[in-house]
Design a protein around this ligand. Structure first.
Ligand SMILES: [Mg+2]
Length: 226
């Protein structure tokens, strides 16, 4: 695309297959702790956790809860939803999840092929609302780290997408300008609306909306745009 030199990618659900990696981790912990002692189906537990986690992340993105709240609340809340007592939730399971999950290897289909195609043509950066240590492990484990120049997380910046401050911070770090940059992500609010409000061009990856300047349902479709 004309004039574009910098690509800012979201990480979770955009390149890193959060759903698959998280599910594998939860299945592992479900077996290890024999959650529900045979009275709860693993599928029901996965659904409960996903519901709670999505709600907490949404609240985190709009500054209603903290990182600590997410870490401490998601397992006990999932226990409650499947009819178990939150007091039966093993102590430290939230930390254990965070230890295991970032080491999982699954990427969204087409990630590596797309990055190989873009490499050399653009300078690429990560702009994530995730946590510093966790995102660094994900990038190293999957080998994605070699494609990216600047890595910005909400934790390192002090602001979260969709705040304009984090976009400003990321562009400054990358020595990029609004005119020569584009944001690519799966979240209509944090990635796309946030970037648009700041004045950036956007590519939305996902099935639910057509909110971006460009919209793709498959990562490899980005090759037609860039
Ligand atoms: Mg995302």
């Amino acid at each position: 695309m004309q004039n574009i030199q910098h690509l800012f990618f979201d990480l979770d659900h955009t390149l890193w297959d959060f759903e698959k990696n998280s599910e594998e981790t939860l299945r592992q912990l479900f077996i290890k702790y024999n959650i529900g002692n045979g009275r709860v189906l693993v599928e029901d537990f996965l659904l409960a956790y996903k519901k709670v986690n999505n709600e907490l992340w949404h609240l985190y993105n709009v500054n209603k809860v903290t990182k600590e709240d997410i870490r401490l609340k998601r397992f006990p809340s999932a226990y409650t939803i499947v009819g178990l007592s939150p007091s039966d939730c093993p102590e430290g399971i939230g930390d254990e999840y965070l230890e295991i999950c970032p080491h999982k290897p699954h990427l969204i289909e087409g990630s590596l092929e797309l990055l190989e195609y873009l490499k050399g043509k653009y300078r690429m950066h990560i702009l994530s609302n995730g946590f510093d240590k966790t995102q660094a492990i994900k990038l190293q484990t999957t080998g994605l780290d070699k494609y990216f120049d600047v890595i910005v997380t909400s934790e390192s910046c002090g602001y979260k997408k969709p705040s304009k401050e984090i976009f400003e911070f990321a562009l400054k770090q990358a020595e990029a300008s609004i005119e020569n940059s584009i944001m690519i992500g799966d979240n209509p609010l944090t990635d796309i609306q946030g970037a648009k409000d700041y004045g950036l061009k956007t590519i939305y990856y996902g099935k639910d909306e057509s909110i971006g300047d460009y919209n793709v349902q498959n990562l490899l479709d980005i090759k037609q745009i860039l």
